[in-house]
Write a protein that binds this ligand. Structure first.
Ligand code: FE2
Length: 617
């Protein structure tokens, strides 16, 4: 008898399902990839169907299902918050409670309805922060580690310190709502005109343009960070307890005006605010980590929760923090709670042992669907696409590496889809990082965004220390650490380039080549690194090796296979649509190679029409 456990996260942001069998991660995916609605928060019907299909079982064969948080405790937190802020809280109460009353309070019934009559297993609920903690520790390569969860909010906890040993985790300390680093960061995301729950990444990318001139003001008036990393927020500057927005009038007065309107010009003030709150975030993460180290005496650290996606803070922690090794759950946000809750049932409830893997048990986070050459071929024939089928991998990789070196942008679709927010080399758009026109070309003609952020580099793991400030034994297989590019790869700016660096338009500034790898170097010489290794990345690693043999360069650009606001492509049909609706030059679908220039004009999609399918994020 084998035990199959299904983990579910839903109803807040980015629903997901994960299936483990005898403790091994079999499948995990976010609902948005199937429904094509970014951050889809509905019951993850499609993700569950996929997980069952991947495991080759029916709903009736599931032993149990588990939801990643406890609805009654969360309801208690909402209720208490609203009551504390009466009468102002009533407005938020009135809009939130009917939804809770109709669905979330009856979650058990709702979940059973979603799973259907066939489901005969037991249904469990785990604590939100324990789910995050479990997702960080159990798949990690460590038998012992300190655990940090850094989040906006779950039930009551907003961040926690814990410890993991063998098959047990224990939460030692927690910080409680409304005092929350995630909420503080999201408040500044909102105030600087980006979308809460997705724009935090943009705010982090904006920070290198600014100076942290508001840090003291934030620490003086709004946020008090103690030596142990605990945080106290003056709630009169916020509106998320009693209202439907993040910040209050008092917050706006403190920073001299209302929030920036989304999509309007970004001024120095927004850049400075971004730099300031980023500094506060880094300080809190560092202090919390030092305290966790003191409490646990552990040499390893694992992390999860939305704030653990702040790879700039993670990079700083790696370089300046007290831990020797850090592993971060790639699906660090609430989608990862699905996996964590399933692992908690297996290890805690069923008391089963952990099998350690020296690399980690996350399988590169390639836990989603894959597609066969047969199905791809049938599809390409049915639409009349022109392609070459190249069954020999050496020949295929040689062709693609050469195309990359000739400044072609390649849509690269291989194997199983990634679990978590980043494309890690199976649903990626890739290009030559040495090209000084690539940043702009990819932003404007492919992603359809006018971005002030550079792209992320993939570097062969064996070369990471030759390009970036990282140790030879350090890994970043999930693109979760930012590190500075080494001095020797930087170039001295010419006087006219220095002038361009003062241009108010950030797109001009980011386009100034400041290193031998301009497409991936930010204005402060930082880069969000993914290390590529043979164990996790297989064919993608071999492609990069071939590119290195041809060009001498072990670095390429990697961005997710989608346009702005579109969920990352899941199937080959979506990859083909994106290829035909953008200026991607070549498409590789498993062993098929397609060139844009060869395609019948009738198959080309109007980019405007393609873009219009997705509301701006
Ligand atoms: Fe969370």
């Amino acid at each position: 008898m084998v035990t199959n456990i299904l983990g579910i996260s839903a109803y807040y942001h980015d629903s997901a399902a994960a299936l483990i069998r005898e403790g091994e991660i079999i499948a995990a995916a976010q609902e948005e990839r199937f429904t094509r609605q970014k951050g889809d928060a509905r019951f993850p019907t499609a993700s569950i169907s996929y997980c069952l299909a991947e495991a080759g079982i029916s709903m009736a064969e599931l032993d149990c299902a588990v939801f990643y948080e406890k609805p009654l405790v969360k309801f208690e937190r909402l209720l208490e918050t609203y009551l504390t802020f009466v009468p102002k809280g009533f407005q938020a109460f009135r809009s939130a409670i009917p939804l809770w009353a109709s669905s979330k309070l009856h979650l058990s019934r709702e979940l059973k309805a979603g799973l259907g009559e066939q489901f005969r297993g037991q249904l469990f609920f785990t604590d939100h922060h324990e789910s995050h903690a479990a997702s960080a520790f159990f798949p990690s390569p460590f038998d012992e580690a300190a655990i940090l969860t850094l989040d906006a909010v779950g039930e009551w906890a907003t961040s926690s310190i814990g410890v993991g040993k063998n098959n047990r985790i224990e939460i030692l300390k927690e910080l409680r709502f409304p005092h929350s680093l995630g909420m503080l960061y999201s408040a500044f995301t909102f105030y600087t005109g980006f979308q809460v729950n997705s724009g935090e990444y943009k705010l982090m990318g904006l920070a290198p343009y600014g100076q942290p001139v508001y840090t003291d003001l934030i620490l003086d008036k709004i946020a008090d960070i103690k030596e142990d990393g605990s945080l106290w927020l003056d709630m009169s500057y916020f509106n998320y307890c009693q209202g439907l927005t993040m910040t209050s009038e008092k917050f706006h007065d403190l920073f001299g005006g209302p929030p920036r309107e989304p999509e309007t010009f970004i001024t120095q003030k927004e850049m400075d605010l971004a730099a300031s709150v980023q500094k506060v975030c880094e300080e809190m993460v560092l202090r919390t980590a030092r305290y966790a180290n003191k409490l646990t005496r552990a040499k390893n650290l694992v992390m999860a929760g939305g704030v653990a996606l702040n790879c700039v803070a993670n990079g700083k922690l790696l370089r300046e923090g007290p831990f020797e090794n850090i592993w971060i759950q790639p699906a660090a946000g609430d989608a990862g709670g699905a996996l964590g809750s399933a692992l908690l049932v297996w290890h805690h409830l069923l008391g089963r042992e952990r099998k350690l893997n020296q690399h980690d048990s996350q399988k590169g986070s390639f836990l989603g669907p894959s597609f066969s050459n047969d199905d791809i071929g049938l599809f390409l024939d049915s639409v009349g696409a022109i392609y070459e089928y190249i069954p020999n991998e050496t020949i295929l990789l040689n062709r693609v590496a050469r195309l990359l070196g000739e400044e072609n942008v390649v849509g690269w679709f291989q194997g199983r889809m990634e679990y978590g927010p980043r494309a890690l080399g199976n649903r990626s758009i890739i290009a030559d990082a040495r090209s000084d026109r690539m940043q702009q070309t990819m932003n404007l003609k492919i992603k359809f965004r006018e971005s002030f952020r550079p792209f992320a580099p993939c570097v062969l793991r064996e070369f990471v220390h030759e390009f970036f400030d990282m140790r030879p034994d350090e890994n970043s297989p999930y693109m979760l650490f930012v590190a500075p590019l080494l001095e020797k790869h930087r170039i001295k700016l010419a006087p006219e380039d220095l002038e361009r660096m003062n241009n108010p338009d950030l797109r001009i500034r980011v386009s100034v080549p400041r290193s031998s790898l301009p497409a991936i170097t930010h204005v402060d010489f930082s880069a969000r690194i993914q290390t590529i290794d043979p164990e996790r990345h297989g064919r993608f690693y071999r492609l990069m090796r071939r590119f290195y043999e041809i060009t001498g360069c072990p670095v390429i650009v990697n961005t997710s296979f989608n346009i702005r606001s579109e969920p990352i492509v899941c199937s080959f049909e979506e990859a083909f649509e994106c290829f035909m609706g953008t200026e991607i030059d070549c498409l590789v679908l498993e062993n098929f190679l397609l060139m844009k220039k060869d395609q019948p004009t009738g198959l080309l999609k109007d980019p405007e029409q393609y873009k219009s399918q997705y509301a701006l994020d």
